[in-house]
Design a binder for this molecule. Structure first.
Ligand code: CMP
Length: 136
């Protein structure tokens, strides 16, 4: 019943650049997520390459890593029951064109690359991604 999980969320450069980070954080909070840690940072391309290593064989990998390191991002640990799945529902489809009304990517996403937010896709990856940004 009580299945409190943590997941990693990133507000991507396109959204931070448009000063949407507070509005997006409000969407998480009003949907019952607790933001237990957060920081605004800019990462090197090499760090983005490590973060997105699962995509290294994909044709979009290079552009994706250049993009994530192109400006400030906000990284957060979100906590809620079934947080991984609930966050994916709230974000909406990867391509904002396909995202449902009421989702973050529908509301704010510009394109499949500039889709405003990233969220872990499994409990296992959530742990890896949280450690990536928040391991002391
Ligand atoms: P994200 O959830 O951060 O995970 C990987 C990112 O790759 C994804 O969001 C998209 O922004 C980006 N991307 C670019 N092209 C594609 C594609 N064809 N399929 C999936 N993701 C893509």
């Amino acid at each position: 019943m009580n299945n409190i999980e943590q997941t990693l969320s990133i507000i991507k450069p396109d959204a931070v650049e448009r000063n949407l980070d507070n509005e997006i954080k409000e969407m998480f909070i009003s949907n019952g997520f607790k933001i237990t840690k957060e920081k605004k940072i800019q990462i090197e391309k090499s760090e983005a390459e490590n973060f997105y290593k699962v995509h290294e064989t994909k044709p979009f990998y290079n552009d994706l890593c250049s993009y994530l390191s192109s400006g400030p991002i906000v990284v957060m640990i979100l906590e809620k029951e079934n947080a991984v799945l609930k966050n994916r529902e709230l974000m909406g489809a990867t391509n904002p064109k396909d995202a449902k009304e009421g989702t973050i990517r529908k509301k704010y996403g510009i394109s499949i690359d500039k889709n405003s937010v990233h969220g872990s896709d499994s409990k296992e990856n959530a742990k890896i991604e949280i450690d990536f940004f928040f391991k002391d």
